[in-house]
Ligand binder design. Structure first.
Ligand SMILES: [Zn+2]
Ligand SMILES: [Zn+2]
Length: 362
């Protein structure tokens, strides 16, 4: 290595202190950084010189050696890389090429499909989910670098992650083949995560499902998704709720609908019947003269409102079952029932008969 004037390269006096060195280096590095001077070989050479000069002069031992002998051995890319990293942290922070920032990646969001029963949706519940996920490595905090060592700036692309080729008049940028676009090289990968920055783990996560949730509702567990890398934040975990179809009830918002088959005497004479509710059974009054399709309601026996107080209703759709097989005795009684009035047994029937007479005169 030929003797070089490192002080001259940085434009500082021989007795410049650390702060003056650093300031000079930053100003020059900024001006000659390859990012600012794409395709400019001279700027690139100058940038290398500046970096080399700073690498030597910022190291007290190397500086002393240089001051005495006018040269220093063993200046390679590694040392350059370390200093480059230190200084450039946040250096290009405002620009879209901020290398150190762009490496930090937020972890992916995860989705967990959870099937629960209608009863569980009504009561709310606490449950534990077994979630396999990638977590940020504790050992290297996601950097992928063995603790105690440093990633090196890639010598091929000088940390830019891309290299430029000249093809005729064109300059083409491609991802750097040496570092695969990362801009840095990990010589000492973290042994805990094999340099991945993340490790797969199964976590048991406690989830509280509020009462009144509906099919398709999502619960977001902030930061419980996959771990970020290079200091990026974790993603979120979305628990998507599926409510199993219920044997008896169909849900309409906060109301629970159930079909209630009744016999003709029950609806004609009135009755009190036992009906299902979500947590057992209840008594339901069937008023005399209940019509098919009428809805009988038990107030407040439906689902709780997810937001707000109270509950919906349990609703019973009345279906009247007409007997298809009559005993002789039943037939006799029904015949007697029919003969017991003049045929206009109800307002709807009378109205219909009246209308037919008007229209067709029969
Ligand atoms: Zn690690
Ligand atoms: Zn590279």
């Amino acid at each position: 290595m030929a003797a070089k004037d490192y002080y001259g390269v940085l434009g500082v006096p021989r007795d410049a202190d650390d702060a003056a060195l650093k300031k000079a280096y930053r100003n020059l590095a900024r001006a000659y950084h390859p990012d600012r001077n794409p395709g400019d070989r001279k700027a690139e050479e100058r940038f290398k010189e500046i970096s080399e000069a700073y690498t030597v002069l910022s190291d007290p031992e190397k500086r002393a050696q240089y001051d005495r002998f006018g040269t220093v051995g063993g200046i390679g890319e590694p040392g350059f890389g370390t200093i480059f990293e230190d200084l450039f942290e946040g250096f290009f922070g405002g620009g879209d090429r901020g290398r150190s920032r762009s490496r930090a990646r937020r972890g992916d969001d995860l989705r967990y499909d959870l099937e629960i029963s209608l009863e569980e949706a009504a009561q709310g519940m606490e449950t534990k989910l077994q979630v396999p996920r990638l977590e940020t490595c504790d050992s290297c905090r996601g950097s992928g670098v063995e603790p105690g060592s440093q990633p090196e700036v890639c010598g091929t692309c000088r940390g830019q992650g891309q290299v430029r080729f000249s093809q005729g008049f064109l300059t083409v940028a491609r991802p750097c083949p040496n570092c695969r676009g990362e801009g840095r090289i990990i010589r000492n990968p973290c042994s805990a995560c094999r340099g991945q920055g993340r490790v797969s783990r199964e976590r048991l996560l406690k989830v509280t499902i509020p009462a009144g949730v509906e099919h398709g509702n999502q619960l977001r567990l902030t930061g419980e998704g996959e771990g970020g890398t290079q200091g990026g934040p974790a993603g979120d975990l979305y628990v998507v709720l599926h409510i199993k179809p219920h044997e008896i009830f169909v849900r309409e918002g906060a109301h629970l609908i159930c079909e209630l088959p009744l016999t003709f005497p029950q609806v004609a004479l009135g009755d009190e019947v036992e009906v299902p509710v979500l947590d057992g059974t209840a008594k339901l009054k069937v008023p005399a003269g209940t019509q098919p399709g009428q809805r009988l309601v038990l107030k407040g026996k439906g689902m709780p409102h997810l937001r707000g107080r109270g509950r919906g209703d349990a609703v019973y759709d009345v279906v009247v079952e007409v007997p298809t097989q009559l005993t002789a005795r039943q037939r006799e009684l029904l015949e007697e029932f029919r003969g017991s009035h003049d045929g206009s047994s109800g307002p709807r029937v009378s109205k219909f008969v009246e209308r037919m007479k008007q229209l067709f005169g029969s």
